[in-house]
Each structure stands twice: as structure tokens, then as C-alpha cells.
Design a protein around this ligand. Structure first.
Ligand code: NDP
Ligand code: MG
Length: 381
């Protein structure tokens, strides 16, 4: 029996993690947490019977508590609640499936308490990788990637040390706007950006896929996970999303992982590593596919990727600015308050404005996030 907790259980990754739990009876869920989706969380509590549940907002927590008063479940809220769940003695793995830097503190707490992390929340590594990775090594805990590309790299490495990596080939679908030029992008609306060709994901990451900012965040995520500098991570556009990424080793061998696009595979792999469990579902049919294609990313039309490389090379607090500026800009775009092309423009100007803090503490990261949000809000109002 393996006991886990899921932060962000009502989201895209969270619900797919629960699907994996449904088909693996030896997984037990000790705790679940979400932002404000009370009804969804109630249904999950009734099905999975965790001992503790968390809601970010105190009102939602009160509401949930009233709804499940017939059950013996502890309801917690806010950051305190997330931190309590992260260190529950009965869990061995924390699944971080929330969006944004809110994930940093619970992740750090869980590592300090010796829990392995099944990490979907990429913003945590992007902004605090310099804190998370050394701490994980010190405590002897594993950071198991859930992000499909990073899981593919992890599966391809299969335990080989990072010294044997010549290059990482990080694949990208190119998103719904692949092949378009700036004039066309200028007209793109929220509905267009939310139509991802291959993956069904949360709203924020779907927009990030269309701008290639998601790929930029993944370059930084891969850098921390596999100890490789950004210039040895090559983004390869692969519209079919069948090769989920590959490693080019020092002897020239390229080993990659293929499969149909389905997040349940990387989730299950992270939960049972080093075991590989059976899983149903569709299979790759090479004859039906006929061919797989690869192209260079168009960084002129999609400057988000280049900005991410710039942030990664500068390091320190700059990835936080890149990430926070993007979060705020995407939120404004989803509220239809800015145009699509303003997303990368705002990221670039926020980065230009910022003086890098080397080796920032968690407090400095969160303060940088706050200042970046504020700066962008000031520019827009
Ligand atoms: P969603 O938006 O679908 O889900 C986010 C989840 O986090 C929801 O359960 C939400 O609850 C919860 N949440 C939000 N804010 C808080 C908070 N303050 N406290 C507690 N819970 C909170 O996101 P995704 O599942 O798409 O993405 C999650 C993470 O995984 C992101 O970092 C993303 O980049 C990464 N990722 C996602 C992939 C995907 O396929 N979706 C692929 C690879 C990585 P509520 O429902 O109440 O709002
Ligand atoms: Mg990904």
C-alpha cells in the first residue's frame, strides 16, 4: 500500500491522478486539497475518503465542512492547511498539482519531512529549483517528474548519471498557432488560445502552450531536474506529440519515449517508480501514424521561448520574474483585458525592469512575484 496526498486534486492533473488511483487499489489517498471547487472536492471526498481535506479559501472550507459533516474528515484551509497536508506522517508521496508559486512552501515542507514529490507544479522548480534540488538531495528524497516531457527524459535516462547527457531534446507540439505569423497572432482571442491540438489541460497551461512560454518553463524545469545547463536543452517542435522527449547521450545514442498523449502514463510512472505497471488505453500505431515530423521553433513569432532562455541564463530571481509576469499577463488575457501579443511584451518589459537577486530565498522569490504582479497591474490600469 502506498499512501499519497494530492494538492490541486480538482484540476486537470489532480483528476487524472485520481483516475490512476481508481485503477490501482494499492494506492491510498490520505489528503486532498483544492482552491475553491467545493462541489468537486466533496464528490472526491465521498469517493476516496481521505482523512484530511484542504480548501484555499476559508469560506469554501466552511462550506465544505458543512457539506461533509456526516463524515469523519478534518477540513483545513489556507497555506497552513497545505503545509499540514504536505507533512502528514502517513503519506510517502506528495503530488503537487496546483498552479503557480503557491506550491513552493508545501513542496519544501514535504521534502524536509522526507516525502517523495510527484511534481507537476513546474513553477516551483522554475523559481526555486536552487532551493528544492539541493534540499531533496540532502534529505534523500526523489523528485519524480509528472510533466510528460520530463517523465520521458527521466524514463530515457533510466538512472544514468547526468554526466552522460550530451543534450536534451525537449519536444513541443507547437500549440494551436504553429505556423502562424505575428499579424495573425495579433487577432487571436481567448477561445482560440484554449484549443490545444493534442492535450487537454488547465486553462493557464493551455495558453502557455500556445505562446511557447510553457516550453520555456519546461527548459528551466529540465535544467533543474537533470542538472543540465539551458544551452544543452534543445526544443524540437513535433506536432504529433508522440515522441515525448529524448536524451542524446555522450556516445551519440538518442533514447526517447513515445506513446499516445495521455498524462496518466507519466502520473502512474511517477507514483510507482521504479516499477512500471500495466495500463490500458490506446496504443501508438506506427503504421497508422505513417510518419513523425520535427521542426525548429519559430522564436521570432513566439518570443516567449527566447525570453525563457534569457531568464534561465541570468538565473537568480529572473526566472521568477519571467514566470510571475507570464502568470499575470495570462490572467489579464483570459479576462480579455490585454491582447494576445501583449503577453510576451509584458514579460519582456518586466524582465528589463528587474535587477537580479542572486540565490534568492523563498521570501525573496515570493516578494519578487508580488512586485512583478504589482508592476504589471500598474502598467495595465
Ligand atoms: P488546473 O488549473 O486544471 O488545476 C489546478 C488545481 O489547483 C485545481 O485543483 C485548483 O483548485 C487547485 N488550486 C488552485 N489554486 C489553489 C490554491 N491556492 N490552493 C490549493 N489548491 C489550489 O491546472 P493543471 O492541472 O493543468 O496544472 C497543474 C500544474 O501541473 C501546473 O503547474 C501545470 O503547469 C502542471 N502541468 C499540467 C499539465 C496538464 O496536462 N494539465 C501537464 C504538465 C504539467 P480549484 O479547482 O478549486 O480551482
Ligand atoms: Mg509538458
Amino acid at each position: 500500500m502506498k499512501t499519497i496526498a494530492i494538492l490541486g486534486s480538482t484540476g486537470s492533473i489532480g483528476t487524472q491522478t485520481l483516475e490512476v488511483v481508481r485503477s490501482n487499489p494499492d494506492l491510498k489517498v490520505a489528503a486532498l486539497a483544492a482552491g475553491s471547487s467545493v462541489e468537486k472536492l466533496e464528490a472526491q471526498v465521498r469517493e476516496f475518503r481521505p482523512g484530511v481535506v484542504g480548501m484555499w479559501s476559508p469560506e469554501a472550507a466552511r462550506d465544505l465542512k458543512a457539506r461533509i459533516s456526516d463524515l469523519d474528515v478534518k477540513v483545513v484551509s489556507g497555506m497552513e492547511g497545505l503545509l499540514e497536508i504536505a507533512v502528514l506522517p502517513e503519506i510517502s508521496v506528495l503530488v503537487t498539482a496546483i498552479v503557480g508559486m503557491i506550491g513552493i512552501r508545501p513542496t519544501v515542507a514535504a521534502i524536509e519531512a522526507g516525502k517523495d514529490i510527484a511534481l507537476a507544479n513546474k513553477e516551483t522548480l522554475v523559481t526555486a529549483g536552487h532551493i528544492i534540488m539541493p534540499l531533496a538531495r540532502k534529505r534523500g528524497v526523489s523528485i519524480l517528474p509528472v510533466d510528460s516531457e520530463h517523465s520521458a527524459i527521466f524514463q530515457s535516462l533510466n538512472g544514468e548519471p547526468s554526466g552522460r547527457i550530451e543534450k536534451i531534446l525537449l519536444t513541443a507540439s507547437g500549440g494551436p498557432f504553429r505556423g502562424m505569423k505575428r499579424e495573425q497572432l495579433a487577432r487571436m482571442q481567448v477561445e482560440d488560445a484554449l484549443k490545444h491540438p493534442n492535450w487537454s489541460m488547465g486553462r493557464k497551461i493551455t495558453v502557455d502552450s500556445s505562446t511557447l512560454v510553457n516550453k520555456g518553463l519546461e527548459v528551466m524545469e529540465a535544467g533543474w531536474l537533470f542538472d543540465v545547463e539551458p544551452d544543452r536543452i534543445q526544443v524540437v517542435v513535433h506536432p504529433q506529440s508522440i515522441l515525448h522527449s529524448a536524451v542524446q547521450f555522450v556516445d551519440g545514442a538518442v533514447i526517447g519515449q513515445m506513446g499516445v498523449p495521455d498524462m496518466k502514463l507519466p502520473i502512474q510512472y511517477a507514483l510507482f517508480y521504479p516499477d512500471r505497471r500495466p495500463m490500458g488505453g490506446r496504443r501508438v500505431d506506427l503504421f497508422e501514424l505513417g510518419r513523425l515530423t520535427f521542426e525548429k521553433p519559430d522564436t521570432e513569432t513566439f518570443p516567449g521561448l527566447e525570453l525563457a532562455y534569457r531568464a534561465a541564463r541570468l538565473g537568480g530571481s529572473m526566472p521568477t520574474v519571467f514566470n510571475a509576469a507570464n502568470e499575470k499577463a495570462v490572467a489579464l488575457f483570459l479576462e480579455k483585458r490585454i491582447s494576445y501579443l501583449q503577453i510576451p511584451e509584458l514579460i519582456e518589459s518586466a524582465m528589463e525592469e528587474h535587477a537580479v537577486i542572486e540565490d534568492p530565498t523563498v521570501e525573496q522569490i515570493l516578494e519578487t512575484e508580488r512586485l512583478t504582479y504589482e508592476w504589471i497591474a500598474g502598467r495595465i490600469s
